[in-house]
Write a protein that binds this ligand. Sequence first.
Ligand code: HEM
Ligand code: HEM
Length: 258
Amino acid sequence: MDFRDMILLLHPTIAVIVMFPLIGIVVDRAAQTRQHRVQTAGEGKSKIPPSVGQEHVQFGRWLTGSVMEIVLLALAKDVIGNLVDQQAWTKSQFKFVLIVILFGVTIASLALLYRATARLWRGVFATLTGTGLVILGCQDGVYRKTSEWYVSHYYYGMAAALLMIFALAIVRDIYQDRTNRWRNVHIILNCFALLLFVGQGITGTQSLLEVPLNWQKPYVQKLYELKCDKQPCTVQPPSTPAPSVSAPPPSSPSPSAH
Ligand code: HEM
Ligand code: HEM
């Protein structure tokens, strides 16, 4: 397995080991926070300790960080991998440097969003983080699956990441707003984010099946180009000599797909 394949695997590994357990904890504390608030408002007391709200926010901050981490990791693998394939460092150094700077600015904006307290700065850094993410996601090399956007791992992932950035940006507003308007906005948006996370579990597993290992790429690209899912065909990687190790004997069939 080469370096790029290992980077590809890092993303689902972190998602499964770190992110999904975190989602479980965040949702559990969210339900308890709500129960505590409703019981206190109705009966004047609750057996649930008030600290569950703080715990929800603390784990929520970790969740936002880990979602951003795995999204940026996947985008870096796609975008920088594509630039390396195109030898952009020699052909278009400006673009290469610009992309690296954009990754830096996005990460720095997120770090500043964690520290910002004033509403203006929270707005500015949330906008910068989200814009950086969207611009990076629009670059060549990202597997967007736009024609099937309703089952696209990319679109679900970007939407979920943007919702996490927004949740982080409005924490203070949720606490300060006595009318509970921000709280209700948060509940609606993040229940939707939860559905997107479930979708990510399904579409991500599908992506693992669809994205080939690095050595398989030229063959798989040909399979798509020749529409081998709809008609019988025989594939050879473009302008590459047949691999010597797995070359079939003359009488046996060439690698084909239907
Ligand atoms: C899957 C993700 C999430 C879901 C489903 C979710 C849902 C909820 C729910 C149901 C509540 C209780 C509202 C009430 O009192 O009625 C809540 C409270 C809150 N959430 Fe989230 N949330 C999520 C992620 C986040 C994140 C990422 C942050 C910020 C980093 C965050 C910040 C807050 C804050 C500040 C409160 C108020 C806590 C309190 O009253 O002490 N949430 N959330
Ligand atoms: C909430 C969790 C997740 C988020 C926010 C997320 C987000 C993303 C994003 C934005 C991309 C880049 C777009 C693309 O190439 O499709 C991506 C790529 C990918 N994700 Fe996820 N993902 C999550 C969970 C998972 C899981 C659980 C798996 C597998 C079990 C997975 C597997 C993949 C694979 C294989 C790619 C690479 C596609 C490529 O390189 O072209 N993801 N993910």
